[in-house]
Design a protein around this ligand. Structure first.
Ligand SMILES: [Zn+2]
Length: 136
């Protein structure tokens, strides 16, 4: 390609690029503003959280759960705040269904006997204390 032709093509393409850049100007400015706001807010969150440790977010209500707060962590990694933590009766129900359906292999018990023993323990705890939240 001759230099004169190269220059012409460069000039034409540069003009197109400049026009595209100009067309995108309002969005670039809006994006810059949104990003600045985002960074300001995340810095505010960081300073707010300076001495706090976030241990999870409640799957039930999306509220953050901080270290030291009562909450419940399921064996499959779900975090629940104290308000949404299951009660012992919920766990008992789940254990009884697992036993009845003989579908407990993925749960925390190694044998049917262990599961039966755990059910008895929870039944006894509910009998003496009433139903209670599993949040700790
Ligand atoms: Zn919750």
């Amino acid at each position: 390609m001759e230099i004169a032709e190269l220059k012409q093509q460069y000039i034409a393409l540069k003009a197109k690029a400049d026009a595209a850049w100009e067309t995108a100007k309002p969005w670039r400015e809006a994006l810059d503003l949104a990003l600045a706001e985002f960074h300001a807010i995340t810095e505010e969150i960081d300073s707010l959280m300076d001495n706090q440790e976030l241990v999870g977010t409640c799957e039930g209500c999306r509220t953050p759960i901080f270290a030291g707060e009562r909450c419940y962590h399921t064996t499959d990694g779900v975090d629940l705040c104290a308000d949404h933590a299951p009660n012992a009766s919920d766990a008992l129900n789940q254990m009884q269904v697992a036993l009845a359906e003989d579908d407990w292999a993925d749960l925390e018990w190694d044998s049917r006997e262990e599961l039966e023993a755990a059910i008895s323990q929870v039944q006894a705890a509910i009998a003496s204390n009433g139903d209670y939240s599993l949040a700790t």
